[in-house]
Design a protein around this ligand. Structure first.
Ligand code: FES
Length: 123
C-alpha cells in the first residue's frame, strides 16, 4: 500500500464530491460530517461510473404510513440501474453482500489548521 497525496482538505468541501484519477483508477472522494471517504468509481453491477450518481439520505419507514430520512448524504445511487451503496463502507444498502471498493483516506494536520491539512489516499 502506498499513500498518494490528493490535495488539501479545503479542496473537498462538505457534502460535495470530486472524482480523481490515481494509477489509472477513477475514484470519488466524498466529504461527510468533515470526514473524507474514497469510493471506486465503478459499479459492481455492470460497471457504471458509480460516483456520478445521486447522493441522498436513507428513507426509512418505522410503521405503516410513517416515513423519515436518516443518514443524510451517505447513500450513493448508481446512475444506470439505481443500485444504492453506503459511501462509508461501499456496501450495497439492501443486503450488504455486494460492495464496491473503498479506500482509506487520511488527513495530515501537523502544524497546520484543519482546512490546510494534506489529504492522502492509501492504495
Ligand atoms: S451498473 Fe450500477 S446498478 Fe447497474
Amino acid at each position: 500500500m502506498t499513500l498518494h497525496y490528493i490535495g488539501l482538505i479545503a479542496d473537498y468541501p462538505e457534502k460535495e464530491r470530486k472524482v480523481i484519477e490515481i494509477n489509472g483508477k477513477s475514484i470519488g472522494i466524498f466529504r461527510l460530517q468533515g470526514k473524507l471517504y474514497a469510493v471506486l468509481n465503478y459499479c459492481p453491477h455492470q460497471g457504471a461510473p458509480l460516483c456520478e450518481g445521486f447522493v441522498r439520505p436513507w428513507l426509512n419507514s418505522p410503521a405503516p404510513g410513517e416515513f423519515g430520512y436518516e443518514r443524510e448524504g451517505e447513500i450513493l445511487r448508481c446512475p444506470w440501474h439505481q443500485w444504492e451503496f453506503d459511501i462509508k463502507t461501499g456496501c450495497m444498502v439492501i443486503d450488504g453482500k455486494v460492495r464496491t471498493k473503498t479506500y482509506d483516506v487520511t488527513v495530515e494536520t501537523f502544524n497546520v489548521s484543519e482546512e490546510d491539512g494534506k489529504v492522502y489516499i492509501k492504495m
